[in-house]
Design a protein around this ligand. Structure first.
Ligand code: NGS
Length: 252
């Protein structure tokens, strides 16, 4: 007979890549801090976000995989607003992403860069991310044309126009706020310094790792991911983010 048989392709096999430019970007949005959104409310608004704060576009293959790494302690309200705005922002960019919150246990001096090192290390256990986005908890992106993806040639500074700096840079080498490096760039710069306790300086050190100036010139090879010394306390998959708690020790 001339009869043939066929097996229908599963949805996954029929799925194509997302368009190179996401068609659902909206550009600038108005960020307001009126009523604090509830965690449940955010979960409801983001039905495709999976446990651990992970998302893949449901109808197409993402071009880019970005891990968002947020150092954190006692900034629950900031975190809530950030999650409220960040999840939809990343989904409009049609990224495969996961949000990691790195929580510093105890009351010792905060160490942002060390928490970032922990976040990178843990994130790379989950997935071969294309891009690591280092994100302050108190900064909210206002325009989704600012794509949370990496540039393979250079580390990228994402928050180059912040309201508190009148939408320009406080100084030309400013690398703080939000910045993006590929895992390859991260390894090449020996990660981030572990030795900046309390506020300030660590982002300048991170910047210097590429230009190798001043103190960093002497320290970057010894102080980084190769010297990271921490106690991991827990890794939990919350609904809106992966919650990593770590004891980073004290001033050494
Ligand atoms: C510099 C700090 C940076 C900091 C920047 C902006 O002075 O870590 O100010 O700070 N460098 C040193 O302390 C060496 S801000 O205005 O955002 O509070 O990011």
């Amino acid at each position: 007979t001339n009869l043939s048989v066929f097996i229908p392709l599963s949805d996954e096999k029929m799925m194509t890549h997302c368009p190179l430019k996401s068609p659902i970007l909206v550009g600038p949005i108005t960020v307001i801090f009126a009523k604090l959104p509830s965690e449940r409310g955010i979960v409801k608004k983001n039905p495709f976000v999976q446990s651990g704060g992970q998302y893949r576009p449901p109808h197409c293959f993402a071009h880019y995989k970005s891990a968002i790494i947020i150092p954190h302690r006692n900034r629950e309200l900031h975190l809530r607003y950030l999650l409220y705005y960040l999840h939809p922002f990343l989904q409009r960019q049609q990224l495969h992403y996961r949000i990691y919150v790195i929580h510093q246990a105890g009351n010792g001096t905060f160490n942002r860069a060390k928490l970032l090192n922990v976040g990178v290390k843990e994130a790379l256990k989950n997935e071969d991310w294309d891009c690591l986005i280092m994100h302050d908890v108190d900064l909210i992106p206002e325009n989704d044309y600012n794509l949370y993806i990496c540039d393979h040639r250079y580390p990228k500074h994402m928050s180059s126009a912040m309201d508190k700096f009148k939408y320009s840079l406080p100084y030309w080498s400013y690398f703080g706020g939000v910045s993006a490096v590929t895992p390859e760039q991260y390894l090449r710069m020996n990660g981030f310094p572990n030795t900046y306790w309390g506020w300030g300086g660590e982002d300048d050190d991170m910047f210097m790792r590429f230009t190798l100036l001043k103190k960093t010139k002497r320290t970057w090879k010894q102080d980084g991911i190769n010297s990271l010394d921490i106690q991991l306390i827990s890794v939990e998959e919350a609904q809106l983010y992966t919650n990593i708690t770590v004891d980073v020790g004290g001033i050494t």
